[in-house]
Structures are given as C-alpha cells and as structure tokens.
Ligand binder design. Structure first.
Ligand SMILES: N[C@@H](CCC(=O)N[C@@H](CS)C(=O)NCC(=O)O)C(=O)O
Length: 231
C-alpha cells in the first residue's frame, strides 16, 4: 500500500460542475501548482469530504500536505499566500481584500447562485431581475478594470476567478431558456471579458461545457428527488 509520503501534496476534493470548486482549480493553475483532483459523487459525499469539512460538509476542500482548507474564497487567499513563490511571477490574485474587489466578490456569491437557479427555472422568481443582477457586474467591471482586460489589471485575478466560475452555468441557463444573459448586446464589456477569461490558459480546460452542465443539472435534480423519496 502507498504510504502517505507518496500522496500528492496538493489535492482538491470536489466536483467538476461546481463553480466553487472550479475557482480553486483556476487559482492553482494560475500559480502553476500541480494538484490531484478527487471527484465527489453526485449525491453521496465521499468520506474524505466529510472528514475534511465536518462543519459545512461542502466542496471544495483543498488539502495541502494533508491539512484541509475550506470555503472557496478562503482557499483562493490561502493559495495566493501559500504558493506566492510558485509559478510564473506575474499571475497573481491581486488585491482580494481591497474594498471594490471584496464587495463585488461578496455580491457575486450572494446574488448569482439564486439568480442562476431562477434563470434555469429551478425556483420561482423574477427572471428579469435575476438577469439584471448579473448585468450589474458590467458596471463593476468598468469601475474596477479602468479599461484593462481583467478586473484588477492585465491578468486574471481574484474577482475574475470568483465571477468567472459562474460563466459555465450562465451559458447553461442561456441554453435552457434560449435567452441571452451575458451577451454582446446586453453587456458588451462583460461579454468581451467572458471571452478573454475563457481563453486564458489557466481556465480553458476547467471551464465546464454548457451542454454537459445542463445534463448534470437534470441528473442532480433526479438524484436528489430519488434520495428524498427514500425512506
Ligand atoms: N460558500 C461555499 C459554498 C460551497 C458549496 O455550496 N458547494 C456545493 C457544491 S456547488 C456543495 O458542496 N453542496 C453540497 C451540500 O450543500 O450539501 C464555498 O464558497 O466554498
């Protein structure tokens, strides 16, 4: 049996479809840190997740040298510090704590999960308002980027990763409803940022395909319904 010493130093426990998990992968890839990805099952949680995040029991968990770090925004800041010397010198998750970045990151996580569920028709809600909540991020982009390519400069940073992790699910929602949300007409600057973010080498391979996400959403819904009806 392999000893712990042979285990990889950095592991991510999560699922490929989770925006919160994707952001951790993007951050590690930006830093050039190799990691092992431990895929969660659809509904049943793997023991490692339960043991590593006993409070919330949610993914992602980052295991660094066996020590767990939980909550995606905390993990992003941990990665930035713990691997400060890793990878090429320029990519960095700059300025996560400065007010506009922190504010918009919290706005993003407070509004977008529910907005996306509304747009996908999973919960009742005002679809126009949900689309507006997403479109508000165009103003955030204009204010923060000051004409540069990404939120805090010329490379992907903290807020790019936080917002960018929802892009796949926006595309899935657009596929389901046929209604554009982040497109060239409604939000031209944000649409151009989406294209740049998705084309980034740290992002491309881990950005989930919209069609796969639609199928995943349906499979998850069915699995949750089946597990709820089990005695
Ligand atoms: N605030 C958490 C949210 C994590 C989260 O909601 N993860 C979902 C997957 S997308 C999860 O593990 N859900 C399982 C559950 O709620 O039991 C973070 O940023 O890490």
């Amino acid at each position: 049996m392999a000893s712990d010493a042979a285990a990889p130093d950095v592991r991510v426990v999560g699922g490929w479809a989770s925006p919160f998990v994707m952001r951790v992968c993007v951050a590690l890839r930006l830093k050039g840190v190799a990691y092992e990805f431990l895929q969660e099952e659809l509904v049943k949680k793997i023991d490692l997740l339960l043991a590593s995040n006993p409070v919330h029991k949610k993914m992602p968990v980052l295991l660094h040298g066996g020590r767990p770090v939980c909550e995606s925004l905390v993990i992003l800041q941990y990665v930035d510090k713990a691997f400060a010397g890793a990878g090429p010198p320029t990519p960095t998750m700059v300025r996560p704590r400065r007010p506009p970045y922190r504010f918009w990151a919290e706005y993003t996580d407070a509004k977008l999960p529910t907005a996306l569920q509304t747009l996908r028709g999973m919960i009742d809600g005002d679809k126009a308002e949900a689309a507006e909540q997403a479109a508000a991020l165009q103003e955030a982009f204009a204010g923060c980027s000051e004409g540069r390519h990404f939120f805090a400069g010329d490379d992907v940073g903290f807020l790019d990763i936080v917002l960018g992790s929802y892009v796949g699910w926006f595309r899935a929602a657009e596929k389901i409803t046929g209604q554009p949300v982040l497109d060239e007409t409604r939000t031209p600057r944000l649409a151009a940022w989406v294209a740049r973010f998705c084309a980034h080498e740290a992002v491309g391979d881990v950005m989930p395909d919209a069609g796969r996400l639609v199928e995943f959403g349906e499979a998850l819904r069915a699995a949750l319904a089946a597990s709820a009806s089990r005695p």
